[in-house]
Ligand binder design. Sequence first.
Ligand SMILES: Cc1cc2nc3c(=O)[nH]c(=O)nc-3n(C[C@H](O)[C@H](O)[C@H](O)COP(=O)(O)O)c2cc1C
Length: 217
Amino acid sequence: MTSREDIAAMRRQYGEVGLVDAQLPKNPVELFNTWLSDAAANEVVVEANAMVLSTVVDNQPSSRTVLLKDLTNEGFTFFSNYESRKAKQISENKNVSLLFPWYPLERQVIILGTASKISDEESDKYFASRPRGSQIGAWASMQSSELSDRVLLENKFAQLEEKWPVGTQIPRPEFWGGYVVLPTSIEFWQGRYSRLHDRIRYLRSGNNEWQIKRFYP
Ligand SMILES: Cc1cc2nc3c(=O)[nH]c(=O)nc-3n(C[C@H](O)[C@H](O)[C@H](O)COP(=O)(O)O)c2cc1C
């Protein structure tokens, strides 16, 4: 078991490589893409595209991991169940945060923005690209609803496998699709020596125009 002393002593020496003001791109999506590629190429990072999505309703934040599946200047896209807890929360409050924790690279990116549903066509396209098991899984799961017995889920999956034998086209459920998070702020954190970390925040000042600010770590 990890003792409280062990936890308090957990720290590592962060590197020399930092964020140099003169080399920062004007568009944060460019820097994000470089960091995502670095994370994907790092053999210790698992699921480089995993991000923690936080929503807030009635002053109560809640967080969960989702996978980034597309990135453009319009924002960060993930897919989910449109009747899930997160979906209900987004329909009440579209302000969300995304956090990419790339610890082996001593990096973190935090995005603030607003979530909205992507078009049915875009969701159809992505759904069609998913493996059959994931497609049937999306149909089988009433995500975030109470499940009294796992057998019910497995039976539902088996029934749907019979309904759509291998080779048949499986339609996208209406209750499943994508969200895009349009960023208003993207903050890059790079670990540096002696806790003198780099913290660079891009704040949207217009359509694809960004202000760049540095903050104390
Ligand atoms: C690595 C990882 C990736 C995940 N990716 C997704 C995803 O892309 N979409 C999704 O709906 N849930 C994903 N989940 C499950 C969510 O974290 C969460 O349990 C689920 O979406 C229900 O959340 P909610 O009840 O807050 O709506 C993932 C979980 C993990 C650990």
